[in-house]
Design a protein around this ligand. Structure first.
Ligand SMILES: [Zn+2]
Length: 97
């Protein structure tokens, strides 16, 4: 069972004339964010599987970059085989990230 990690990164709002990041830099920022969040999850959940079902957690990381506020909002969505394992995964996620 290997860890499944999906990413869904988007931008919203109008680009500012004096934007801090242009499209190219924004793509680089998305890429490096994907990379570092993915590495972190792989590190923290390398051997974490449900004791009862033997399943690994599945993660979807959504990131929305607001071009007007120039802020990035990151959220983790976790999918597991059962509620009990979900609690364990959330605890690990909250501890280490
Ligand atoms: Zn389970």
């Amino acid at each position: 069972m290997s860890l499944k990690i999906g990413f869904d990164f988007q931008t919203e709002g109008e680009e500012r004339a004096d934007a801090f990041l242009d499209d190219y830099e924004l793509r680089l920022m998305f890429d490096s964010t994907r990379q570092s969040l993915g590495d972190g999850l792989k590190r923290n959940f390398r051997n974490v599987v449900c004791g009862e079902h033997g399943e690994a957690p599945r993660f979807t990381v959504t990131g929305i970059y607001d071009r007007e506020k120039e802020e990035m909002d990151i959220q983790y969505h976790v999918d597991t085989c059962c509620q009990y394992f979900l609690l364990r995964v959330m605890r690990t996620l909250n501890q280490r990230s």
